[in-house]
Write a protein that binds this ligand. Structure first.
Ligand SMILES: Cc1cc2nc3c(=O)[nH]c(=O)nc-3n(C[C@H](O)[C@H](O)[C@H](O)COP(=O)(O)OP(=O)(O)OC[C@H]3O[C@@H](n4cnc5c(N)ncnc54)[C@H](O)[C@@H]3O)c2cc1C
Length: 446
């Protein structure tokens, strides 16, 4: 079944025809959450925009079948209608499920459900040799099933997949727990991960001002707050201990202000907020503004006039929880971006091994998300701050997402992201190299 337009099988046929055009492949999509500046695209692209339908919501067996380029905004709408939601919903509405599987997707359910790719049970993948293969954890394409997460479209494109869902209730009751000491803070997060919470994340405003936000589904709410317009969700964390949101508003609580990054485009100013209106307060609008700024090099031009060194440090890194206080101490001393988003991750299936994003099944990890520009007075080599982050993450046994800038040398990258496993999968599914290599794409920004 398709909710509109032509059906999945017809879309697949049309795509395979497009794919017969020889040469390197470039994905054509309307939105992106990639924060790597790439070389300008050339040549015709592979238009995958029509793969945006939710095919089936099976509430008895708790899964949804969906096309790969479906945005989470559409997927959440379709599943909530049936009283369920995807087990992990990344915070930004335009992230697509295929993008979140081939990149890395995380949210406040991840302490129990793992990362987005751990919620998937089956995928149709368009491979470099022009086939569409169905891969599952135990069929003949299992190497591709496990290898696709963190491959960023270099092994194939996910066209259709099945993913686990969980039942929802109408409201989420929140408690924001204030801490002053990082060690006690991360210890309580670890403890909460084995409790009865439905959602856990956190916000660090300063090394001695840390909050855990615990969410629990509720059938009733004494009131609900609205952070989609004049009030701002992240500010409320410091202001109140308890709060209630509808489940829809909870799922999208971070999208309205792009966590807190809307401040970079002035959208937290009350007057500008009113001028922009509810419909423009969202991550898609801010992304467009930032890309426009990057294209015209406005901020960069001003900074070079002022002789200021600036560097975008936009990263998500996962650190074993016992090392989290050490990472935070390093981060505040060397990088200094505030606030920082915190999200615990528990591996869903201890026996599953995703070679390109290896995690220890017996460890709770903490995701640190930080997205800002770091400014320094003196001339520094390119990637100065990002390289420090990469070195610290490696030292502490963590792992870094690759959606943004990376500076690893080839050897270190090969070791950290298991390039021997990658190469053997690449050989089977893209022997002619129609898709770029992972290092070329994620580090060299080709
Ligand atoms: C500021 C910022 C904050 C972020 N915060 C979060 C967060 O809080 N939680 C979270 O989970 N993630 C977060 N991300 C990361 C985001 O989930 C990943 O970048 C994800 O890959 C984006 O998905 P997309 O659909 O927008 O894909 P795109 O940005 O369009 O593409 C990303 C990459 O995936 C490939 N790709 C896209 N679709 C497919 C497909 N169907 N099959 C195979 N490959 C595909 C593309 O070729 C490309 O290399 C954040 C990113 C940024 C920039």
């Amino acid at each position: 079944m398709s909710l509109g337009g032509i059906g999945y099988e017809d879309k697949k046929r049309q795509l395979l025809q497009q794919f017969q055009e020889p040469g390197p492949v470039r994905l054509v999509k309307d939105t992106s959450n990639l924060f790597r500046h790439r070389s300008a695209a050339s040549g015709p692209g592979l238009d995958v925009r029509q793969f945006d339908s939710v095919l089936r919501v099976n509430t008895d067996e708790s899964w949804v079948e969906v096309e790969g380029m479906t945005s989470y905004a559409s997927l959440v709408d379709a599943t909530l209608e049936h009283g369920v939601m995807p087990c992990v919903v990344p915070q930004l509405k335009s992230i697509t499920i295929g993008g979140a599987v081939s990149g890395i997707g995380i949210e406040s359910t991840s302490f129990r459900q793992g990362l987005v790719h751990e919620t998937v049970s089956e995928m149709d993948v368009l491979t470099g040799d022009g086939r569409v293969v169905t891969c599952t954890p135990d069929n003949e394409h299992r190497a591709l099933f496990y290898g696709l997460p963190n491959s960023y479209g270099t092994l194939g494109y996910v066209l259709r997949l099945k993913s686990r869902t969980l039942p929802v209730r109408p409201y989420v009751g929140l408690q924001h727990i204030h801490h002053r000491d990082p060690t006690a803070y991360f210890a309580q997060i670890a403890e909460l991960c084995s409790g009865d919470a439905d959602f856990i994340d956190g916000t660090v405003f300063a090394p001695d001002e840390l909050y855990i936000t615990v969410g629990r589904f509720a059938d009733n709410a004494p009131y609900t707050s609205d952070y989609n317009f004049e009030r701002i969700y992240y500010q409320s964390i410091r202001e109140r201990e308890h709060d209630y949101l509808t489940v829809y508003d909870y799922v999208w609580r971070w999208d309205t202000d792009w966590f807190w990054c809307s401040k970079n485009v002035g959208a937290q100013h009350p007057l500008l907020r009113r001028l922009l209106g509810r419909e423009r307060l969202n991550s898609v609008f801010y992304t467009k503004l930032m890309r426009w700024n990057a294209r015209w090099r406005l901020t960069r031009g001003l900074n070079s006039l002022r002789r200021v060194y600036t560097e975008s440090v936009i990263q998500d890194v996962d650190i074993p929880i016992e090392k989290a206080p050490a990472f935070l101490e390093f981060f505040d001393r060397e990088i200094g971006i505030r606030p920082v988003w915190i999200c615990p991750i528990g591996v869903f299936d201890r026996n599953a091994r995703f070679p390109l994003y290896p995690m220890d099944g017996d460890t709770i990890y903490v995701n640190f998300g930080f997205w800002d520009v770091v400014t320094g007075r003196d001339g520094k080599p390119s990637g100065h701050y990002n390289r420090k982050v990469e070195a610290k993450v490696e030292e502490l046994g963590g792992i870094k997402s690759l959606y943004s800038d990376s500076y690893y040398d080839r050897e270190t990258f090969a070791r950290l992201y298991n390039q021997s496993a990658y190469e053997s999968i690449k050989k089977v599914y893209d022997s002619e190299g129609r898709f770029k290599g992972l290092y070329e794409k994620c580090v060299l920004r080709e």
